[in-house]
Design a protein around this ligand. Structure first.
Ligand code: NDP
Length: 324
């Protein structure tokens, strides 16, 4: 029988990237579609996963063999800080419904998506997979972080009690086509792309909150998509895997803003609003040593400038319909 892969959150940034890779990589290749495989990309219109009945209906409709579980209430620093309870509850409901339904329906494997936000605030860097539960997360996003951490706890409990093959991925900051570019709720990169676009269009200054010093590791959504497909096909352990570029590839918000200015041909420099003491975490480098040791040295990440250019091009071409 053909394998059905259900991607929850299939209409979002990461889901759209998996769809792109599955459609564009050669059939039968490492990241391409396998013969007889059927991929379903479900958004919230296909069922609200906070609701157990709708979750069950979705599973009964598609009978997935495998699930890549991406659906989540996702937001940037400001959204996370302002709506901690909503981020906690919505994500706990979504995750609990998906894992429970996958268990009762006999889904062969589920890969759920965590985030580096799950890691403790005070921790020795670089982040590695064993450090998830070693202390409280950063206060700015503890609702989202705790909900995501529980997935790892659930995965272990499902394995120990029922023998389920449930695991998780921990991506760093993702960017790419189909991101959320909404100025208030977006992550830092899409928010800056949108701000720079408006500054250019309105002939105003490009203002960046904070002093530009925090460092972040960014992964291109289409690279991340390949890593999810790899994990689905080639990784069978309950322990999470950090899906990230090398820990030495951190970029400061200042350099990011300068790169955006360059790619968008904005004629001035970004202005950093240093007086706003709202930087978020200074840095949180994550190690991709486990990933690279398993996937092998042949895997190549897209160069950052190229990925940024592809993202900006998509944003400019889709401004009218993008999440802005
Ligand atoms: P998006 O916000 O782009 O997409 C979220 C997806 O979840 C959409 O498909 C959305 O459906 C779906 N969704 C949200 N709420 C519900 C619900 N109640 N029922 C069903 N579906 C729902 O997120 P990303 O693609 O950026 O994130 C994917 C995963 O990656 C998430 O688990 C996130 O936590 C994780 N992650 C993201 C990072 C990032 O930088 N973006 C970093 C690290 C981890 P619809 O749009 O149709 O409403």
């Amino acid at each position: 029988m053909a394998a059905v892969v259900l991607v929850t959150g299939g209409s979002g940034l990461v889901g759209k990237a998996i769809e792109y890779v599955i459609e564009h990589e050669p059939e039968g290749s490492r990241f391409g579609k396998r013969p007889g495989e059927k991929w379903i990309f479900a958004g919230s219109r296909d069922g609200d996963l906070r609701n157990p009945e709708e979750t069950l209906k979705l599973f009964e409709k598609y009978q997935p063999t495998y699930v890549i579980h991406l659906a989540a209430l996702v937001g940037g620093l400001f959204a996370n800080r302002e709506r901690k309870m909503t981020f906690l509850r919505d994500n706990m409901l979504i995750n609990d419904n998906v894992l429970h339904t996958a268990h009762i329906k006999g889904t062969k494997k589920v890969i759920s998506c965590l985030s580096t936000c799950v890691f403790p605030d005070k921790v020795e860097y670089p982040l590695t997979e064993e450090k998830v539960h070693l202390g409280p997360p950063h206060p700015s996003n503890f609702g989202y972080a705790h909900a995501k951490r529980m997935v790892d706890v659930q995965n272990h409990a499902y394995k120990e009690e029922f023998g389920c093959n449930f695991t998780s991925a921990i991506p760093t900051n993702v960017f790419g086509p189909h991101d959320n570019f909404d100025l208030k709720h977006a992550h830092v990169m899409p928010a800056l792309i949108h701000k720079c676009y408006l500054a250019q269009r309105n002939n105003t200054s490009f203002k960046v909150m904070g002093d530009g010093s925090p460092l972040r590791q960014f992964i291109y959504s289409r690279d991340l998509a390949k890593l999810f497909i790899w994990q689905l096909r080639e990784y069978d352990s309950v322990e999470p895997v950090i899906l990230s570029v090398d820990e030495n590839d951190e970029i400061s918000i200042r350099d990011l803003a300068n790169s955006i200015v360059k790619v968008m041909d904005y004629p001035s420099k970004p202005e950093f609003e240093n007086e706003i003491n709202d930087n978020g975490q200074d840095r949180k480098p994550a190690s991709n040593a486990k990933l690279m040791s398993l996937i092998g040295p042949d895997f190549k990440f897209t160069p950052f400038e190229q990925a940024l250019e592809e993202t900006v091009t998509w944003f400019l071409q889709n401004y009218a319909n993008a999440r802005t």
